[in-house]
Write a protein that binds this ligand. Structure first.
Ligand code: SER
Length: 575
């Protein structure tokens, strides 16, 4: 039974049970609480909470879909028999239509009667202090003749929300003969988890089920693992036979994922979904993937079902990343080769200097067992530590002994002035972000001049800024000061830094000292906010800055005027 048939049978089965068929949503969700779409239920969240009405929108309280999904949490697992990053999730959902009895009966019916497959065992929630055991599901399974039932705890049989809050509840999972993981997860949404941890009972309980197509195909096609199914085998066949099986699997998985991510509009970058994409691409590149034929095959396998797949676009984006990464890859691997052991500090250095992501450092094919002791958590810690150290360095350099500070942009004759210009400097970054929020992205810095008296900021903008707008900018800056946001920086290779979305002087802009801005091969990106990805302000900058925005004090704009044609000038102070 090929996977096209499996998709069709699934949809037709639930259609015949009165479900509305809903197309997959994008891998890039509207929901800001998640990076990428991880499950079929995500696009239906508001129907579970009652904010939206399924009957009205779909003509039924029950829906079914095949959802493109992506799990970053499984990246390290790829290479075993059952895990992949991108996958298709077959799902049926009910928002107050049916609950445990029908959901379990449908699943049982579909697997055993429709497909003629054999269930090995199922699991149900054993209960804990807050939530009682799911004896109801257990009873229903027994009534269907499934008696091999395991009771498990929260980690296995309770579905938490995608994000800090949302619908959740006990689950029952179905395991098939000869498959090492569950094939289908039925979630019974009974509660709403609030950000403070409070579990509220939902007025209308609902059913949310998800079955991995790749795993179902493994069972239905009597294969040993997902990579032998018709969804993967043609890809593996294209990969150089000399490569170890695990590497082949990683390349095939990443090849699919990269194709779908790009076709849903993700581009490689150093933040968010773009960073996930970049890591997958670099892993393919480091293993010398012949990507053209691989991507062509992905589009051949999936193009019928997913019209958005665009081979030209995929190849273009991949080639761009490839030529960028090739510039640092060789030296990076050479440095890696010289190391006896890769720990968090040396690993981070390889990342920082040569752009080798964690997964590549950990890859046994690349680093042997050198990185055996390296784990993700320590790597992240190193990142944070590095930021602190750089800050301390900057403070020492600028911090005193009566040093005259003159960066071209900032000038101070003594400690007292240094403190003020540092505050004004951070205020200037906040002001640029606020101007862009209030007036739009047309606003771009042309130069600034900061003394102990004031900051003077010139920017491209085509008209006078109204007093109301000035007030808005002022208020917004003061709001961000009151939020006491951390100010930090990272140092990145120039081209990577540009991809963070940070502001910098482009050819159009001129540096503070009057000449065209020149950047070295590595630049610092200062950001204001919790992390680089979500930061409210990001700029290329040499510092110094305060460490938290509350140190800036009260911000006040004194004057707005024309500096020259198409350029406005603002003078502002901090109190
Ligand atoms: N949300 C559940 C899961 O992802 C069922 O669809 O497993």
């Amino acid at each position: 039974m090929n996977s096209n048939e499996l998709r069709r049978k699934f949809i037709n089965f639930f259609k015949s049970k009165g479900h509305a068929v809903v197309p997959s949503s994008s891998l890039v969700p509207d929901d800001p609480s998640v990076l990428l779409t991880t499950a079929g239920m995500q696009q239906f969240k508001k129907y579970f909470t009652g904010e939206l009405d399924a009957q009205k929108d779909f003509g039924s309280k029950n829906t079914t879909s095949i959802q493109k999904s992506f799990r970053t949490s499984d990246i390290d697992e790829v290479g075993d028999d059952t895990h992949d990053t991108f996958f298709e999730m077959l799902g049926n959902f009910s928002f107050g239509g049916y609950f445990k009895k029908e959901a379990i009966e449908y699943a049982h019916d579909f697997l055993t009667r429709e497909l003629g497959l054999e269930i090995d065992y199922v699991t149900v929630f054993e209960g804990d202090k807050e939530v009682p055991a799911d004896t109801e599901s257990e009873e229903i399974w027994r009534s269907l003749g499934v008696i091999n039932i395991k009771r498990l705890g929260r980690a296995d049989n309770f579905w938490g929300p995608t994000g800090v809050e949302g619908p959740c509840g006990p689950t029952t999972e179905i395991f098939m003969k000869n498959l090492k993981s569950e094939v289908w997860n039925l979630v019974f949404n009974q509660y709403y988890l609030h950000p403070d941890g409070f579990l509220e009972k939902l007025k209308t309980p609902g059913a949310d089920t998800g079955m991995g197509l790749e795993r179902l195909a493994t069972v239905a096609q009597k294969k040993r693992n997902i990579f032998e199914t018709d969804l993967f085998a043609p890809l593996l066949a294209l990969i150089d036979e000399g490569k170890p099986e695990r590497v082949k699997r990683i390349i095939a998985d990443h090849g699919r994922a990269v194709s779908f991510l790009i076709s849903d509009g993700v581009i490689p970058s150093n933040k968010g979904a773009g960073y996930v994409l970049r890591r997958l691409m670099r892993r393919m590149i480091v293993h010398g993937t012949e990507f053209e034929k691989l991507f062509a095959k992905v589009v051949e396998i999936y193009g019928e079902t997913y019209k958005e797949l665009n081979l030209k676009q995929i190849l273009q984006e991949f080639e761009k990343e490839n030529s960028k990464f090739q510039k640092t890859l060789k030296s990076g691997l050479r440095e890696l080769g010289k190391l006896e052991k890769i720990d968090a500090a040396s690993g981070f250095k390889l990342y920082e200097t040569y752009g080798l992501p964690f997964e590549i450092l950990k890859d046994a094919e690349i680093s042997g067992d050198k990185a055996k002791g390296l784990n993700r958590e320590d790597f992240e810690k190193e990142f944070a530590k590095h930021q602190e150290k750089s800050r301390a360095g900057a403070e020492k350099k600028f911090g005193g002994h009566g040093l005259l500070l003159d960066t071209g942009e900032l000038k101070a004759v003594d400690e007292r002035e240094l403190k003020i210009v540092t505050r004004l400097h951070t205020a200037t970054h906040l002001m640029q972000a606020a101007l862009r929020e209030v007036l739009g992205p047309e606003v771009k810095q042309n130069g600034s001049d900061i003394t102990a008296e004031r900051t003077r900021f010139d920017f491209f903008f085509s008209r006078k800024v109204t007093p109301e707008e000035i007030k808005k900018v002022e208020d917004l800056v003061n709001k961000k000061i009151a939020e006491d946001l951390p100010v930090s920086f990272v140092e990145l290779p120039l081209e990577e830094a540009k991809l963070t979305g940070a502001l910098y002087f482009s050819a159009q802009g001129r540096s503070a000292s009057g000449g065209k801005a020149k950047y070295g091969s590595k630049v610092k990106v200062y950001y204001i906010g919790k992390d680089l990805e979500t930061a409210w302000s990001r700029e290329f900058c040499g510092g110094p800055h305060v460490s938290h925005t509350s140190e800036v004090g009260k911000f006040k704009i004194l004057k707005e005027e024309s500096a020259s044609s198409g350029i406005r000038r603002i003078r502002a102070i901090v109190e």
